[in-house]
Design a protein around this ligand. Structure first.
Ligand SMILES: Cc1cc2nc3c(=O)[nH]c(=O)nc-3n(C[C@H](O)[C@H](O)[C@H](O)COP(=O)(O)OP(=O)(O)OC[C@H]3O[C@@H](n4cnc5c(N)ncnc54)[C@H](O)[C@@H]3O)c2cc1C
Length: 337
């Protein structure tokens, strides 16, 4: 498959980058997903705007509302950040980063690009297959080869979201700072979007000009500038568990991130998120409700784990993910008990 010719520009500021964006111009970060999609002929932007030349978009800075992680921070720099390494409340994020992709990829891939990567579904990634996510009429996984696909929230697309860090970040109640046109609810040039709203379930009326159905609510003229992780309550702790088919360097079959705040020996608040199981990182609200006021005992965990998968709707070939999700979640709780 020949790659389409495209123009390339280095952006000097976020505003300049955003001003250049439209459906035919795409932002380039580490390029580990975008360039692969272009090489495979799956996307053909007329122009790329390089975000790596924008000053101040990489690094971690403490602000009053929490840690601001620049969107261009690479996964490896983020994982080795001394503050993240030290804080038990952020352990889930470090664990998710360290288990993402390969060391080489983590040196290049950025946290912004990681949240915005496209699904790894084999029908989506096959240029010959006109699947729904790419503007086609249907999802071929629904009645096809769906062993890696969703057990929650599927339809019209049943491909799971592939990002590990997003699962941990959602458990940490993170938001993204979005830059875009001033007329679209941006204050001081920014729009703050909680990750729980940023990721969107597949919807027929949510599509870009090229017919693709995006996995987030980001419009084609907007840029993610940073991820904001709010200050956690005193004593909060978190954990992340990833289950892969191969021992390492693979996408998650299932993952689980749990963040807990205790009141004495009872759970005051929790955030429970599953990965690899839905088109978005999947918040297990029923598990959180089951835990409230409980001890993290064997019985309490068993109830929460059962509640987490109570609404699972496996496809023809992925019933096993229900059992894996329960195990991953139980393991995350054990790590925190
Ligand atoms: C072999 C392989 C294994 C992998 N394994 C894992 C894994 O185990 N876990 C995991 O989580 N991920 C995994 N990944 C995915 C990898 O982490 C992502 O490809 C990477 O994080 C994307 O970041 P990037 O900076 O390279 O983004 P790019 O490829 O540059 O961009 C990705 C998309 O985001 C858009 N974009 C990028 N930055 C911004 C921004 N700031 N604002 C707006 N739009 C933006 C681009 O236009 C593009 O559409 C794997 C990838 C490969 C190739």
């Amino acid at each position: 498959m020949a790659m389409h010719p495209f123009a390339y520009a280095n952006a000097n500021s976020l505003e300049e980058a955003a001003a250049n964006l439209d459906g035919e111009t795409r932002p380039l970060a580490g390029g580990t997903d975008l360039v692969a999609l272009m090489k495979d002929g799956l996307v053909a932007p007329k122009r790329l705007v390089n975000l790596k030349t924008v000053p101040g978009l990489a690094g971690v800075v403490a602000h009053a509302d929490g840690l601001h992680i620049g969107a261009l921070t690479t996964l490896s720099n983020l994982a080795s950040n001394p503050e993240l390494q030290e804080r038990r409340d952020l352990a889930a994020l470090v664990e998710a980063l360290e288990e993402s992709a390969t060391p080489q990829l983590r040196h290049t891939a950025t946290i912004g690009g990681n949240l915005l990567q496209w699904p790894r579904c084999w029908y989506f990634r096959n240029p010959q297959v006109p699947c729904w996510r790419k503007g086609g009429r249907r999802c071929f996984a629904f009645q096809g080869e769906n062993k890696y696909h969703t057990i929650f929230g599927g339809g019209p697309c049943f491909a799971p979201h592939p990002s590990d860090p997003s699962v941990a970040l959602m458990a940490l109640d993170a938001s993204v700072l979005v830059v875009g046109p001033q007329d679209r609810d941006h204050r001081n040039g920014f729009r703050v979007v909680p990750l729980a709203e940023f990721f969107v379930l597949p919807r027929r009326d949510h599509e870009w000009a090229d017919g693709y159905h995006p996995v987030t609510l980001l419009e084609t003229d907007e840029i993610v500038a940073a991820v904001v992780v709010p200050q956690a309550a005193d004593g909060a702790r978190s954990a992340f568990v990833k289950v892969m088919e191969r021992g390492a360097w693979d996408f998650a079959l299932v993952s689980a991130a749990v963040s807990l705040t205790m009141d004495g020996n009872r759970v005051a608040a929790s955030r429970v998120v599953l990965g690899g199981v839905a088109p978005i990182p999947w918040r297990a609200n029923q598990a959180e409700a089951a835990l409230r006021g409980e001890r993290v005992s064997e019985d309490g965990v068993a109830r929460a784990v059962r509640a987490a998968v109570a609404d699972a709707r496996p496809l023809g070939h992925n019933e096993y993910k229900v059992a894996l999700a329960k195990q991953a979640l139980a393991q995350a709780f054990r790590a925190l008990a």
